[in-house]
Design a protein around this ligand. Sequence first.
Ligand SMILES: *Cc1c(COP(=O)(O)O)cnc(C)c1O
Length: 379
Amino acid sequence: MTGIIMPREHAQTMSNIAQYANQYVLELVAYQPGKPIEETARELGMDPVDIVKLASNENSLGPSPKAVEAMVKTAAGVHIYPDGASFNLRSKIAARFGVEFNQTVVGSGSSELIELLCHACLHEGIELIAAKHSFSMYPIMCKLFGAKYVEAPIKPDFSSDLQAILAAITPQTRLVFITNPANPLGTVVTQAEMDSFMEQVPEHVIVAFDEAYIDFADDKPDTLKYVKQGRNVILLRTFSKAYGLAGLRAGYGVTIPEIADLLNKARTPFNMNLMSQAAAAAALDDEEHLAKSVDMVNRGKEQYYSAFKSWGIEYVPSQANFILVKTGQGRKVFNDALAKGVILRHMDGYGLPEYVRITVGTERENARCLEVLAELLGK
Ligand SMILES: *Cc1c(COP(=O)(O)O)cnc(C)c1O
């Protein structure tokens, strides 16, 4: 005998710690991200370079070369903590939007800012409102804080109905998300609708304009003016989509100082890492890369639309870098396309089982996706 004490068999002593966990957490269904390229390649025995991922609204052109250059320069210094105040990046954002430094917040993706807003405002007995079929992070974060998630109906053309959101506001409502353009729908709300909404929304509600895809929109309603009027609003932006930095995790908010202050209190001290701060600041200046990316998406959308029209299948005209298309049996189409190395997103979790969402990629990626869809749909 060796005298070594062996750990007890895990199988025999399944921990029952979950029963002591927060009830809200037990009831949560974790966020389902797009299927990763490496995982798909492993499962299919394919080379990762042959996989086409059009599942997470990433930028197929890649990151801004200026951002990459900034990261390379920064890499040798990562043994030092980042600036917890993200001075450089936030100064740039403040200048860009014509607001004060203390009106800006940054985070590890705008997902973190969504979480911080919920942290700051939500608890049991409190309500958050968003349009039906909204980004699934909202209900997850809302429920994480024990608050009630309220879905407002949308219009028949799949655009948000701000009057329906107004009608759903109660004294318990603290937070409203208006996603513009909406994900996964791709629709937008107009300036007139926004203005009318903002005239009527009560004081006790924070309105978060989630503008993750605003760079792709033809019409960009001015939401910054509500910040400048001192209203209880926050604009949420991300570097993950048009700026091509999804893997880094970088997002920001522009708001009134009082809301920025709440979020800054709720965050961890170094929520924006050194590389992210450097890359995001450089990306913000790279207007050329942004313009190229938007142009690629606009051309790609036409590529998809003309195919869908000729096949006679329905899609929602998109103001973002993805298209919601009615293929029927979304999960089956997702699985069948996956088997051919094309990763799409089925919409089961969004209550849209007849649809898939396709990110608009490079011309080659779009062509491959259309080739696979034509095969699957018998077109
Ligand atoms: C992608 C996305 C975000 C932000 O994602 P991050 O990568 O966390 O910045 C926020 N809102 C919506 C609606 C999105 O689709």
